[in-house]
Design a protein around this ligand. Sequence first.
Ligand code: SF4
Ligand code: FES
Length: 253
Amino acid sequence: MATPTMDKVEAEAAASSDLITVTFRIRRFNPEISEHAVWEDFELEIDPKERVLDGLHKIKWDLDGTLTFRRSCAHGICGSDAMRINGKNRLACKTLIKDINPEKPITVEAIKGLTVLKDLVVDMEPFFQAYRDVMPFLITKGNEPTRERRQSAEDRERFDDTTKCILCAACTTSCPVFWNDGQYFGPAAIVNAHRFIFDSRDEAGEQRLEILNDKDGVWRCRTTFNCTDACPRGIEVTKAIQEVKRALITRRY
Ligand code: SF4
Ligand code: FES
């Protein structure tokens, strides 16, 4: 015998019984109103299986349309919604409410070390400038080959981890060296340099190593592992930085 399906009213009642009341404590900043940031609390009903991004949407759509934050894909791909949630850099779209102790207020603030423009939105330009500075594209000499550039599976594996970067800046903005001196290239730029330095098809490894041999380059890293902990893609960021340091010493890569 077929199992009777729940009617709409029952389904809604079941869904609403899953809701819990959560406080979002958000660090607000609006330079048109004040030069100081303030914490503001929002209380909302939410399913704990939803994500912090869903909570931010509910606040923006139902409670305060002025709340400002970036997001695009909502699925951990575009890297635009890195923020500091309960004191740790995370992607709002990959963070479930139930995983971050919703019994207490959930704090949400902008990532650190970059200028806050409004609420949770920072000026990403210094971050992207460091990325551009390491020349994150394949550089080769000589004539274009008539067929694709071949590479063995082992050679491809050498830099597989660092191809996963989505440029969310969670690593760079969790780094105490970057907080103290925004001139440091930062983990994300080094990860993206690593991706090409260790690519057997690329011929500009020496140039990239020299760029990172700068006073603001890899030697500023203090191996605190904050970057590795923060990376939502699970990239071994500190290991990649160590490999670039080793390549600088041995000139082997
Ligand atoms: S290395 Fe990880 S944390 Fe850093 S920018 Fe790339 S994806 Fe984000
Ligand atoms: S919105 Fe794209 S990674 Fe979160």
